[in-house]
Design a binder for this molecule. Structure first.
Ligand code: ATP
Ligand code: MG
Length: 613
């Protein structure tokens, strides 16, 4: 899971973007409430966990009490009371053993609980992602989304499974030890009046100083990670331009910066342990000194039993043990607090996706598109991805059922944009798109999208067999149908000569086959799908000309009776289209058949002649 440098805890998690932000109280409260809801969903695990925590801590708090009693039984004025010694030692052991057992059960329960929550969160996040509009993915970096699914949820998980119990334990232990110490000797507690504030002040001072250093460290590690990722994905280009030395140098400087940041953070972090130890030892020594003095007076009879300053030897021993228990959580508190803070910002990043508006719901009276004839009309359509930049400007196109419409135009003219609009990945800003005479916004999205089959500019294959990848177009297709489609796409002979044939597993995104072969597989997939409209966006751009012509023949068969939108830079493929549209600067500047456009002698004829003469 953890693919980068460092671990997923937010403090040193490089893939979080930017430093851990300070959150206002309201946001913190709402996140806390929301996390609480997740926890309470599994109350049947959480409530036992609380009970286990309380019991385990109570038992471990009883340990020193019994050890103190055992010491008193040894130091008794009437000689060593063996029975009492054994009894108390036995009870002490029993308490500690039972506490350990409960702690074990507790950890187990909490891991179980946090895993359930994480699983739920991941599922919700994933479901949300599948319902978000395409626009979301166009405007958010994939890496960032992935880091929310993995790193941020992991951070929340770590806090839930570990820190939550830690907080409950800390509070219980601090209060419990205080009560025990109060019962043993009130005057000795005064020692803490000096040491606790010192320790709190120090940890606060330190965390203030260290936090920015940790943020800087995450930031620097993030940069290093990002750089490494970029270089790995571009390794071929780097080799081709012989830039290995240069990028090595740049890596070195980033690496050094990251290590410096790491050193600084760790350096100040490392000063904490010895200082806290020093304060702890100091308070323990003070307790021993004052406890010893009080014990001397008590022993000599100067202080009577039951008086405020009375203490036994066992009492001093108990007190020392409780003081250690008491000081531990106080010193840890600052750490836990910062871990909670990072978990909160991680949770916030997750919740932000969950709160994202899903793709606009279908209109309430939306009709399903049934038995689509395949008549598509763009009526005075205007569109821009952003208000500032208009991509399509009052475009009108009528595609009669079964006809082939080819769209040509310079790069960036908006050809793919038209496809985005036809599929309703985006909605038009002005005008209408009609399918079989119905405005597409009045149709159910699912039914509209399934009326189309498409082969896009970016091929997409998933990690699975070739058979499954082709069958993606029609789930219940038989092997014969798949083979026929592969044959039509001219990829059958290639597939058959593979050792595993149709069962060959394609690795991520089909890296183990060539770009052209990938396109042919997606064409086969589209041929299998039974839809009345077909979209081909540069579908054969990576295929050699001879294969392209052969596919074209097969395609002509396939296109029979289907309305087709074909975008191609190689004009030979669209010669036979019923209508060719030339899209320039957001407008349709020419339209007609191949012969008509050639005769016209405009943009198309110039382009065509430049390709063939
Ligand atoms: N998701 C998007 N958000 C914002 N702008 C976009 C988006 N997709 C494309 N554009 C912009 O819209 C314009 C048209 O892009 P489009 O992909 O439709 O061009 P195209 O005609 O298909 O070009 P090509 O022949 O290179 O495929 C371009 O200027 C592009 O920068
Ligand atoms: Mg395009």
């Amino acid at each position: 899971m953890n693919r980068g440098f460092g671990n997923p805890r937010a403090e040193n998690n490089p893939n979080r973007h930017g430093p851990v932000k300070k959150m206002d109280a309201k946001t913190t409260r709402s996140i806390l409430l929301r996390l609480g809801k997740y926890v309470m969903k599994y109350w049947w695990l959480f409530i036992p966990a609380i009970v286990f925590t309380l019991l385990a801590n109570q038992l471990s708090l009883l340990g020193p009490e019994f050890s103190g009693r055992a010491i008193d039984a040894i130091a008794s004025e009437d000689g060593v009371q063996f029975d009492a010694v054994w009894e108390n030692v036995g009870k002490m052991l029993l308490c500690y053993a039972a506490s350990a057992l409960l702690s074990y059960t507790l950890s187990f329960t909490m891991i179980h609980l946090s895993q359930k929550i994480v699983c739920t969160m991941r599922r919700q996040l994933f479901e949300k992602l599948t319902s978000l509009p395409v626009n979301y993915f166009d405007t958010h970096a994939t890496g960032d989304i992935i880091s929310r699914i993995s790193y941020d949820i992991d951070t929340v998980n770590a806090t839930l499974s570990h820190d939550l119990v830690q907080v409950m334990t800390s509070i219980y232990t601090v209060l419990g030890s205080l009560i025990f110490m109060w019962n043993i000797s009130k005057p000795l507690i005064l020692v803490f009046v000096v040491t606790v504030p010192v320790s709190i002040l120090f940890t606060r001072f330190r965390s203030k100083k260290i936090k920015p250093l940790f943020s800087k460290r995450s930031h620097k590690l993030g940069e290093l990670n990002g750089y490494a990722e970029e270089m790995l994905s571009g390794c071929r280009t780097i080799r081709a331009y012989h830039r290995e030395d240069e990028i090595g140098g740049r890596f070195d400087s980033r690496n050094t910066e990251a290590m410096d940041a790491y050193y600084n953070a760790e350096y100040y972090g490392a000063t904490l342990g010895p200082t806290v130890n020093f304060i702890n030892n100091l308070s323990m020594s003070l307790i021993m000194i004052f406890g010893g003095v009080l014990y001397m007076f008590s022993e000599s009879g100067a202080v009577k039993e039951g008086a405020l300053f009375f203490i036994t030897l066992g009492g001093v021993a108990k007190f020392v043990q409780y003081s250690r228990k008491f000081a531990g959580p106080i010193n840890e508190f600052a750490n836990i607090l910062s871990e909670f803070q990072s978990a909160f910002s991680a949770a916030e990043r997750v919740f932000r996706i969950l709160d994202e508006e899903p793709e606009q719901a279908d209109a309430p009276n939306a009709a399903a598109l049934v038995k689509c004839r395949g008549e598509v009309e763009l009526r005075d359509v205007s569109f821009g991805y952003t208000p500032e930049k208009q991509i399509l400007d009052h475009v009108s196109v009528l595609a009669k059922p079964g006809k082939t419409i080819a769209i040509v135009g310079p790069t960036g003219a908006g050809k793919t944009t038209i496809i985005n609009l036809l599929m309703r990945f985006y909605d038009v800003n002005g005008g209408n798109i009609l399918v079989d005479g119905t405005e597409i916004r009045e149709l159910k999205r699912d039914s509209l999208r399934s009326a189309y089959t498409m082969v896009l500019q970016d091929t997409w294959l998933f990690n699975g067999t070739i058979l499954d990848n082709i069958r993606y177009g029609k789930e219940n297709a038989t092997l014969e149908e798949v083979k026929a489609a592969a044959k039509a796409a001219r990829i059958d002979s290639y597939i058959e000569q593979l050792p595993d044939g149709y069962d060959t597993v394609l690795t991520d995104d089909g890296i183990n086959i060539s770009k052209g072969q990938k396109q042919l597989i997606t064409i086969a997939r589209a041929m299998l799908a039974d839809a009345s409209m077909l979209i081909l966006d540069e579908a054969t751009s990576n295929v050699d000309s001879r294969t392209e012509i052969k596919i074209q023949e097969a395609m002509n068969e396939l296109m029979e009776g289907r309305t087709c939108f074909v975008i191609a830079h190689r004009l030979s493929t669209i010669r036979d289209a019923d209508t060719i549209l030339v899209l320039q600067n957001g407008k349709i500047t020419e339209s007609g058949s191949h012969d008509e456009l050639i005769a016209k002698g405009g943009f198309y004829s110039t382009l065509y002649n430049s390709q063939f003469h």
